[in-house]
Write a protein that binds this ligand. Structure first.
Ligand SMILES: Cc1cc2nc3c(=O)[nH]c(=O)nc-3n(C[C@H](O)[C@H](O)[C@H](O)COP(=O)(O)O)c2cc1C
Length: 322
């Protein structure tokens, strides 16, 4: 699949996720076969103010390329300025605009999914960004109440110069409940010419194949199913390429991924106890008889106790299939 001038070696894409898709996690997904990874959303206003914590969201290295950095904002001037600051600092291969975040604090500031009610603002943002950037621009939307309304937005985005459209098939109101609407995604793919990437509820080989076949989209974006489980990209890729199911990952291999994540956090200066504590809970999900250990992980207050539990798990490991 190509997005504008950017060639991708496949069509499986890691979704942007706040507090999840930092550089070490993106590298794990890349190792297992993601063809494109996106950063956590980055506030354009904070970039313009040079907020250092925000800036680190785009922190990257050459092994993870191609990288898409996602921007959030509602003001075209700030979005353009922040896109230039970010491209100068990190040279991402793609920039994405968040037009789908449903969180109340984001909607209150008229960003994310709130913009879907304002096609004229979207037009200005996409036109200004695509006109001033050397890299392709993508936009990530949620669906609206009807296919017609959603198509109207999709056409505005295409006409204004975006190189691809990512569609999460839920409305803002649905947040994460209900199902992703594949009929709307399919309807959009049929009507516009830029690549369309389907997003929402892709959790395993069967759902990935179904979404691809049913919507005829160019690519798939995977979010929650990759949390604590970056190996999902290898399984999906193998199945879509060869039609065969890979054996599930063992808990030992999953723990190796966790320790690789920890090592990369240290290497890239992104290490924090709080983050690793959350990630330890995620990476142990689904392991056999793990509940009491996950409760213990949750209760840890320092890195030594946390790593003690995780090393103990690995030492006593009996290679359960997940
Ligand atoms: C923890 C979390 C953080 C997220 N952060 C972002 C974000 O920063 N930008 C964005 O566009 N979407 C964000 N999303 C939405 C996902 O990118 C994706 O659209 C959604 O989870 C549906 O896909 P899935 O069913 O594969 O998870 C987030 C979702 C989760 C669960």
């Amino acid at each position: 699949m190509n997005i504008g001038k950017q060639k991708l070696d496949g069509n499986l894409i890691l979704a942007p996720m706040s507090d999840v898709t930092n550089l070490p996690f993106r590298l794990l997904c890349k190792k297992y076969g993601a063809s494109l990874v996106y950063s956590e959303m980055t506030s354009s206003e904070a970039v313009v103010r040079e907020n250092q914590k925000t800036m680190t969201r785009g922190f990257t290295c050459k092994e993870e390329r191609p990288l898409g950095i996602q921007l959030l904002g509602s003001n075209a001037d700030s979005l353009v300025r922040s896109a230039h600051i970010i491209t100068e600092r990190y040279s991402p291969e793609l920039i994405d605009v968040n037009l789908g975040c449903p969180a109340q604090n984001i909607i209150k500031n008229e960003c994310g999914a709130a913009l879907l009610e304002k096609p004229e603002v979207i037009r200005e943002i996409i036109e200004r960004l695509s006109g001033s950037l050397d890299v392709p621009l993508t936009a990530k939307i949620r669906v609206l109440r009807s296919l017609e309304e959603t198509l109207k937005i999709a056409r505005v985005i295409e006409k204004a110069g975006a190189s691809a459209l990512i569609v999460h098939g839920r409305t803002q109101k649905q947040q994460y409940s209900g199902k992703s609407n594949l009929d709307f995604i399919k309807g959009i793919k049929r009507e516009i010419s830029i690549p369309v990437i389907a997003n929402g509820d892709i959790v395993d080989e069967k759902t990935a194949k179904h979404v691809l076949d049913y919507t005829q989209c160019d690519g798939l974006m995977i979010g929650r199913a990759a949390i604590g489980n970056p190996y999902i990209f290898r399984r999906l890729k193998h199945y879509l390429d060869k039609g065969e199911l890979l054996p599930p990952q063992t808990s030992e291999e999953r723990l190796d991924d966790f320790f690789e994540y920890e090592a990369m956090c240290r290497r890239y200066g992104l290490f924090s106890f709080r983050d690793l504590n959350v990630k330890a809970v995620w990476f142990t999900k689904g392991m056999k008889n793990i509940k009491p250990t996950r409760v213990e992980i949750n209760k840890t207050k320092d890195i030594e106790s946390l790593l003690g539990i995780m090393h103990g798990l690995r030492d006593n490991n009996i290679s359960h299939i997940l």
